[in-house]
Every structure is written in C-alpha cells, then in structure tokens.
Design a protein around this ligand. Sequence first.
Ligand code: TPP
Ligand code: MG
Length: 379
Amino acid sequence: MRKNVSAKTVSKAVSKVVSKITPKGAKRGAAPKAESKSSAKASSGISISSKLTLPKELQLNMLDLMIKSRVLEERLIKIYRAGESYFWIGGPGEEAFGVPLGLLTHKGHGPEYDYLHLHYRATPTMVALGMPMIDSIRLMMNRATDPSTGGRNFCNHYCFPQWNVTPVSSPIEVQYGMALGTAMAQRRRNSKGITIVSGGDAGTAEGDFASCLVWASRPGRELPIFITVQNNKWGISTNFDSQHGEKHIADRGKAFGIRTAVVNGNDPIETYLSMQAEMDYIRKTGKPVLAEFRVSRLYGHSSASGANREADICPIEAFEKRVVDAKAITTADVKAIWKRYEEESKQATEQARGEPAPARESIWDNIYVGNENADWRKF
Ligand SMILES: Cc1ncc(C[n+]2csc(CCOP(=O)(O)OP(=O)(O)O)c2C)c(N)n1
Ligand SMILES: [Mg+2]
C-alpha cells in the first residue's frame, strides 16, 4: 500500500517538519525540558514552556474548545454531586491533548475516514469533533435520548458511528486490540483514513497493548495506526514510578521498529504540531507511530476517589496566560467564554432533566448485531 511514496522521501519530509517544530536544543522523542521558573510545579512535572506557535485563530479556537470541554466536565461532576447520576470519570487535565486530536482527525463514516478508539477521558476530543454538550449530559444522566448508548452506559462512554467513534469500553486497554481491526481494514483497502487509539499509562501493562505493538509492526504488513498513550502518571491510586522500569512508555515501540514520540500533552501547541507530523507520517507511509503524551489528572481518578480538584498543572490556565500575554485575546473575553459555556451547560442539564429514562423494553437494544442471541433467556 502507498507504494508511490518512498521511505526516504517521507523520512526527509518528516525530519524537515520535526526540525521546524522542535525547540532548539531539544531532541525529538526526548522528554520536554524542565519547566521555566515562572511555571508551577506539578505531580506530572510537565508544564507549558515551549516557544512553538500556531496561527492566532487556531490557538483561539483551541482555547475555546478546551474551555468548553472543561465546563462540560465540571458540570458532569456537579450532576453527580447533586445525586442525578451514579458515577463520574472524565477528562479534565487532558484538554491540551484531546482538543488537537479532535481537530486533526479526518472526521467521517467508513474506512476512508479516521477511526477513533478512545477511552473514558475523551470529552475534549469529542467536543473538538463537534459533539454538542447536551449529548454528553444525556449519557451522564442516563436519558433515552443519549445518542451513544440510549442511557444504558455510564458517563464518557461515547459511541458515534457516524464519525467512526467506536464504543468506549469499561475494561481498559481492550481498545488497543480492537483498533488493529479497523487499521487492517484500512490497509487492505489502501484507504486514506488512519486508525487512532488512545488509553492510559497504567493500562499499557496489559497484554492488549503488547499485541497492538506486535500486529501494528509486522514487516511488510505494517498498519496505519496512531497508537497514543496519555500518561498522567497514575493508575487509580498506583503511581507510575512504582510500576515502570522503562523511562518512557513510548520507548517500548523502538523494540518493534515503530517510530515513537514523547510529547508535552499539557501544551496544546506542541501537541498539535507533533500530532500533525506523526499523523502525516502515518498517512504517507501506512506505518504505525507510538506517541506518549504527558498529561495532568485534575479531579483524581473518578467520583470513586471523590472527584476533588488536585494540585496538578492546569493546561487551560497555562494556555490562557500565554494567549493573553501575547495579546491574542483579553482576560475579559476569556471570562466571557467561560460564562457562555457555563450557561450552555446549565440549559443543557435543564433540558436533559426533562427527557425520559430508557424504557424497560429497550434493555436488549443494541446488544449484538440485530439482537441475535441478545436475550440469554432464549438460549
Ligand atoms: C481490564 C480492566 N482492569 C482493571 C480495571 C479497573 N480500572 C479502571 S480504570 C483503571 C486505571 C487505569 O489507569 P490508566 O490506564 O493509567 O488510565 P487513567 O485512568 O489514568 O486515565 C483500572 C485499573 C478495568 N476497568 N479494566
Ligand atoms: Mg493513568
């Protein structure tokens, strides 16, 4: 597949792009440098310090979507606290990763477009793809109107087949195995689309992750798959440093000949540029990339651990400061964005409150294809 592009041409082009976006003195694939004096320390140890840049409109669009996603997630937490939902888990702290991913995805239905195999912290990506706030709230409040699951699954388990967003799975890491399937279909058809898979650092201990590396990199049968890991340095309450002998999770790709990158996922500009280069490489060569994005986890693991704000670096605060300092926007205008989305989230909650819960009869809907064998009582 994609035989018209020689490996040499691609690697030349990519190194050109990479040298353009890599700050002086920094090595591609190396961890971002320690933060500047002015930036706050965090448990993730990753702050915004790069001098990279993007067009002003794109930066403001990213900021807007990051705020929208955060307001939405904080609304979901409030809904949980008000006793109007059972459980919360989500993506605050991953906005600088998720928003660029959504913006760079070729959105559509079928193998000519990108497939997304996401995990439960993917709200920023879904918001950037264009998911209305209310569709997340409907899922959170288990309404029949929830387009992802008809009110049957718990929050952030999105499923948007019209955008190739495959169902988020509660068992972690299985998406790395499933993603191989869409990548194989795309390879077979020599299609323009690529497959994107995301998940957490702790989950990479599972066999599905290793299977993904093996099957993505078979010589002569490489797959067009963007394997991403959001490393927040936690797996519930187990910390990264007590579990990983390797310095970077991405380094594991090297043993398979997979191209790798380690990216400051708290910096939306570095993330955007790096993703763009990696996704271009996959589209051109049909080969995989394993990229690790260092991110924050701002409200703990989930409502199971209290969902309280923690002292990790906030990628939005840092980005806001940067665009305001660059005079791309005023503080007052940023505040107005927060307010507008706050209002939208309240109205959406109000609307979802008035919508029906799933009917009893719908319990077997969407379980297996065409309900075949769905009802165990008929076995
Ligand atoms: C197969 C499986 N094992 C265990 C769990 C319980 N569990 C839910 S989230 C989680 C931690 C995942 O950590 P990580 O992969 O780093 O993702 P993060 O939550 O930090 O984004 C675990 C162990 C699960 N859902 N599925
Ligand atoms: Mg983690």
